[in-house]
Ligand binder design. Structure first.
Ligand code: NBP
Length: 482
């Protein structure tokens, strides 16, 4: 009997996905560039399973049922193109190549189009949940050639995470690179969630001088609120984890955050599409700032920086931090979905926003109860432009505002950096202001560059130029850049 699917790449993600597929009754053929790893896998973690090893690309292809499905779980970038180039001459029309790595979605757009010309269906799929997700149920976000979906649906939905009501955290996202795009935004949101939690921890630790035991208890408590999520859960664990000497391990970890690029891609994409994705972008910059460790040490001394502890009822402050965290998180997701909507319209992807929330509901790093509410919001109104205007989220934002302002103002007052919670608040303040001071910017642009402006007392689309100094002339600039 031939294999149902081939997987190339036997690092942590590939091995675990293969074992997961095997658990669900699929016959998987495994291959890796360093071929010795195939045998190690077959004799090691795959021993006693139905998994078959392949000793070459030809062997892999020969062992698969038609239409062949070959999934790449290799390092993103050129390596993916390299394997595609090797596979194409070995495959037949109608066969399917799946890239399950963290590829940048424009690369997936290119690969879908290029392979279509050769009669090969290409799927670019986000896979989230890390090692454990891959093994026991990841969130899977496939997109690309729609012809491939009926052939991979059964496998993907079987191995994916399930919601409490049994729905698969995997559905067809859309054509081209839509799957990898949605995975990219997922990772951006993950950056935002992690930065928000770090800011809450900083406020509790430096502002309120709480112990790790107290902070652990707080995060444990937050798990039974709207904040219930995987990241809150692991934060509680991290705060309680002691090093060999009995002190919290987290305080021994160097405070420079790494990144692999998906947050940056999300920020760049938002700038390209003109979407105010302030929170995620701030969280990328926060990681950049964290990496300037030597400069920060020097500057702290130069400015004689100290953070004075906050006075007042700690219980009240803790609840205020919880509300600020929740409200900021709503803004982050609202901005993320604004980006998804814009990209969907721009690329004609017809994305189903409720389904995107469902795919993130389980299995992935940002999994949370909250995503169920987002799904409900889009089920109630698929055209919602700003998630914060959904009644459930609007009520939370309105209720949280006083506490959120209090926490943000206090952080600014005592010099505690809080880039994402404050930028989220500023975003909401901007978004809910019908007249912003952009009229001044337009006046300045017209003053120095004759860029023209529209008037509130004239129909939109009519542009005016003023000779502000009396010496600048009446000729306006030919390009009007929004
Ligand atoms: P890696 O990203 O470390 O990739 C390892 C695989 O790539 C191995 O099969 C390796 O072969 C192959 N490879 C490399 Br590296 N360079 C190669 C080259 N020049 N030519 C051919 N093959 C090459 O593995 P991973 O951490 O399992 O991740 C796989 C994909 O899944 C990545 O795109 C990653 O971004 C994505 N992802 C990872 C996670 C996670 O938590 N790790 C989560 C979600 C998504 P070799 O054995 O011969 O060196």
């Amino acid at each position: 009997m031939k294999g149902d699917i081939g997987v190339i790449g036997l690092a942590v993600m590939g091995q675990n996905l293969i074992l997961n597929m095997n658990d669900h009754g699929f016959k998987v053929v495994a291959y890796n560039r360093t071929v010795s790893k195939v045998e190690e896998f077959i004799q090691g973690p795959a021993k006693g399973t139905n998994i078959i090893g392949a000793n070459s690309m030809q062997d892999l292809v020969d062992k698969l049922d038609s239409p062949r499905k070959v999934m790449l779980m290799v390092r993103a970038g050129d390596v993916v193109d390299h394997f595609i180039d090797q596979l194409v001459p070995l495959l037949d029309e109608g066969d399917i190549i799946i890239d399950g790595g963290n590829s940048n979605y424009p690369d997936t757009n290119r690969r879908v189009a290029g392979l279509k010309e050769k009669g090969i269906h290409f799927v670019g799929t986000g896979v989230s949940g890390g090692e454990e997700g891959a093994r026991f149920g990841p969130s899977i976000m496939p997109g690309g050639a729609p012809e491939a979906w009926p052939h991979v649906k059964l496998i993907f939905q079987a191995i994916s995470a399930k919601t409490e009501s049994g729905e698969a955290c995997c559905d067809w996202v859309g054509k081209d690179g839509a799957g990898h795009f949605v995975k990219m935004v997922h990772n951006g949101i993950e950056y935002g969630d992690m930065q928000l939690i770090s800011e809450a921890y900083h406020f509790l630790k430096e502002g309120l001088s709480l112990s790790h035991q107290e902070m652990q208890a707080i995060f444990e408590e937050w798990k039974s609120t709207e904040l219930d999520s995987y990241l809150i859960d692991i934060t509680a664990d991290i705060l309680g984890y002691k090093d060999e000497d009995g002190n919290p391990l987290v305080e021994k970890i160097l405070d420079t955050a790494g990144q692999k690029g998906t947050g940056k891609w999300t920020g760049i994409n938002a700038l390209d599409l003109g979407i105010p994705l302030t929170l995620i972008t701030e969280s990328v910059f926060a990681r950049c700032l964290s990496s300037l460790k030597d400069q920060r040490i020097e500057a702290e001394q130069l400015f004689n920086k100290t953070i004075s502890p906050i006075q007042g009822d700690k219980k009240v402050w803790i609840e205020a931090v919880r509300q600020a965290l929740l409200a900021s998180k709503i803004i982050s997701y609202a901005q993320g979905f604004m980006l998804i909507r814009e990209a969907s319209e721009e690329n004609d992807w017809a994305l189903n926003y409720g389904n995107v929330a469902l795919m993130w509901r389980g299995g992935c790093i940002i999994r949370s109860a909250f995503l169920g509410n987002i799904r409900d919001a889009y089920e109630n109104n698929p055209d919602i432009q700003f998630l914060g205007s959904d009644p459930y989220f609007k009520d939370i934002l309105v209720d949280s505002l006083p506490a959120w302002r209090k926490v943000a103002a206090k952080a600014l007052e005592i010099g505690l950096p809080m880039p994402t919670m404050t930028s989220a608040l500023t975003f909401l303040d901007g978004y809910t202001t019908s007249r912003l001071p952009a009229n001044m910017i337009q006046a300045q642009r017209d003053y120095f560059g004759a860029h023209t402006y529209e008037r509130v007392d004239k129909p939109l689309g009519e542009f005016f130029h003023t000779n502000w100094t009396g010496t600048g002339g009446n000729t306006s600039s030919t390009t009007y850049d929004v």
